[in-house]
Design a protein around this ligand. Structure first.
Ligand SMILES: *Cc1c(COP(=O)(O)O)cnc(C)c1O
Length: 219
């Protein structure tokens, strides 16, 4: 099937409250143009240099989401334009995003990545670390970032019970933080679900899915 057909089919299957991030990492600009012409406006990339090259070439009404692991020394390249950073997994990174956002007179929206999987390779905070972060004065001083939600990746397994359990844990954490009243926190977005597991993620409460291969084909 074509990119247009894949996109249409996925969009038709998503509930109205779920936002689709089209994950276009490694794909050529022409593929993104095809998706753009089919109406897609949110694209997810996992390498800052690749995302910046695509941002330069493509229409400026695209919302660019950084979904990958971010190195602090590269934040400056996306700070002028990035719309949402999904994979914020350390206080040091958050402080660098705040610094670069200030330089650009912006407030950059961030999701805290939470470690939910039974795999050692996945990055993220624990719920205790997030509690500590939100309680700290250092965090209160970060005026150029806004934590708009949480992001997580489930274990890469065929055990759907396991995946559902992990997504449900993240959703309950998200719901807990929803009532939090801090100037730089506003929990609205729960980013979970990829091509292989997004129906399970939506059933568990996801509000944003990150889908690559089911739209653009295998990488
Ligand atoms: C690549 C990637 C995706 C998309 O994966 P697909 O299986 O191609 O849908 C989603 N989230 C993150 C963090 C990724 O790196």
């Amino acid at each position: 099937m074509s990119i247009q057909q894949n996109l249409q089919q996925i969009k038709n299957s998503l509930p109205a409250h779920v936002t689709l991030v089209a994950v276009s990492k490694t794909k050529p600009v022409a593929d993104l143009q095809t998706a753009y012409q089919a109406g897609q406006r949110i694209f997810g990339e996992n390498k800052i240099q690749e995302m910046t090259e695509k941002w330069e070439l493509l229409p400026k009404d695209i919302s660019w989401h950084m979904i990958g692991h971010v190195q602090s020394n590269k934040v400056k390249y996306m700070a002028p334009y990035v719309d949402l950073i999904h994979g914020v997994d350390s206080v040091k990174l958050l402080e660098e995003i705040n610094k670069q956002a200030a330089k650009n007179n912006r407030v950059i929206n961030c999701l805290l990545q939470v470690f939910i999987a039974e795999e050692e390779t996945k990055f993220g905070f624990s719920s205790l670390e997030i509690n500590d972060l939100f309680a700290s004065t250092a965090f209160a001083n970060l005026q150029n970032i806004k934590i708009v939600g949480l992001m997580g990746m489930a274990t890469n397994t065929s055990d759907t019970n396991q995946i559902t359990k992990e997504f449900s844990n993240l959703a309950s954490l998200f719901n807990q933080f929803k009532t939090l009243a801090l100037p730089n926190v506003s929990m609205e977005t729960l980013s979970m679900g990829m091509s292989g597991d997004y129906p399970l993620a939506i059933a568990a409460g996801s509000t944003m899915v990150r889908i690559g291969s089911s739209i653009f084909g295998t990488r």
